[in-house]
Design a binder for this molecule. Sequence first.
Ligand SMILES: Cc1cc2nc3c(=O)[nH]c(=O)nc-3n(C[C@H](O)[C@H](O)[C@H](O)COP(=O)(O)OP(=O)(O)OC[C@H]3O[C@@H](n4cnc5c(N)ncnc54)[C@H](O)[C@@H]3O)c2cc1C
Length: 460
Amino acid sequence: MTEFDIIIIGSGPAGMAAARTSAEGGANVLLVDEQKSPGGQIYRAILDTSEQRQSILGPDYSDGRALALALDHANITITCSATVWRVDEDAAVTYSVAGKAAQAKGRQLIIATGALERPVPVPGWTLPGVMTAGAAQILLKASGIAPERAVLAGSGPLLYLIASQLITAGFPPAALVETQSANNFIDAIKHLPGALRGWSYIVKGRDMLSQIRSAGIPRYTGAKDISISGDDAVNGLNFAAKGHRHEIPCDTILLHAGVVANTQITRSLRLDHDWDDRQLCFYPITDDWGMSSNPVIRIAGDGAGIGGAKAAVFSGQLAALGALNALEKLDVQVRDSKAAPLRANLRRETAIRPFLDTLYRPSPEFRTPADEVMICRCEEVTAGDIRGYAKLGCTGPNQAKAFGRSGMGPCQGRYCGLTVTELLAEANGLSQQETGYYRIRAPLKPITLGEIAAFAEEND
Ligand SMILES: Cc1cc2nc3c(=O)[nH]c(=O)nc-3n(C[C@H](O)[C@H](O)[C@H](O)COP(=O)(O)OP(=O)(O)OC[C@H]3O[C@@H](n4cnc5c(N)ncnc54)[C@H](O)[C@@H]3O)c2cc1C
């Protein structure tokens, strides 16, 4: 097994920044990512994208180029197209590349696996033609493919960004159907003073909304009772807004209700997690240096709590400083003096989060959907099934697996986990923290027996 001072899983802004800081501090680093090249979600394919596509994706996207180029350092080994499917408590990382499994061991491990889009389970969301807005953006970034006259539904700043990118690409959406209402705005006002410290995000939001308005795209806010119609494929989005019912004919619907920390690996390691009532998701508990409840494992970026790409960079650098200190490559004074400006930047970049999280709080109908809505797409379990399990005495997601297999399919609960927690918490009158989450086990992603066999042969 190859050994490294620091292994970093995830080459988004957090992982790339952590790698550079670690390498500069004298550590030899392995950076692993399942994408074809570094960049993560926001800077996906940044080193392979044409200038024309960069101009569509905007200046924030192009910002990622410098981070990716900075990985060119003698101490950094980059392994892309590598899916990590098992991580052990001693920082041994098992991954597969090109159909073969391999293993490496770090003296310190930084998990920077970012965020996942929150599931948006509404009636009809499993029909062909429905995908997440982030998935549409992945197609645009990685392949230059854009949907024609898509309807974007849900809430959150990423919805505006993707609408704006589609407009610039020449594929304006047919409509934006948003769930946030005046009440959300009233609730968010108390966070406005903090938000003003992140004024550049407010300016960006204003510019995107003005581009959407100028393109003549209808926007509906306060949308409720959202459902998707169609027999074999989508043919329309139905909803109520401001006392009227609407039906928008369309064949592509892009759903989005914010992003949540990707906790698959941290859960599999049984690290301590907490429920965040503002971001409405679980996150692994970390200290100021990203250290988890296991002293050799740190978490950086959105995987430790949603803060956005710039915050991810600073948290990656802080985790790297913490790891270098733990490896005795950096003394406490130098670590602390390097960390001070990073902490100030991190505070500035996250100052807007309480405002955004409150304004774009996911609609209750997405969090605890109606009985007939499919929750676990892999095993075809509905919200009504989960409520039925609660009546039979099921108190947590792990038991729900035994009751009806939810979370036991190929996605390992990534699509249904949070909804199952929320449904059981509501049905049993317990908090989400008391209800808990699925117990995640390796393999974290589907792998073939051939991959494991190839691994065994090499180890023999
Ligand atoms: C689909 C999607 C699109 C987004 N687009 C934008 C955007 O355009 N603009 C914006 O400001 N914010 C966007 N965000 C939010 C954004 O992800 C971040 O704020 C930022 O990228 C977080 O950086 P990070 O380094 O923490 O994680 P990420 O950038 O998400 O990077 C995490 C990396 O970990 C890798 N990874 C995860 N699991 C494994 C595994 N098991 N094995 C190997 N590698 C793994 C992923 O491939 C990914 O490259 C998006 C989020 C999502 C989910």
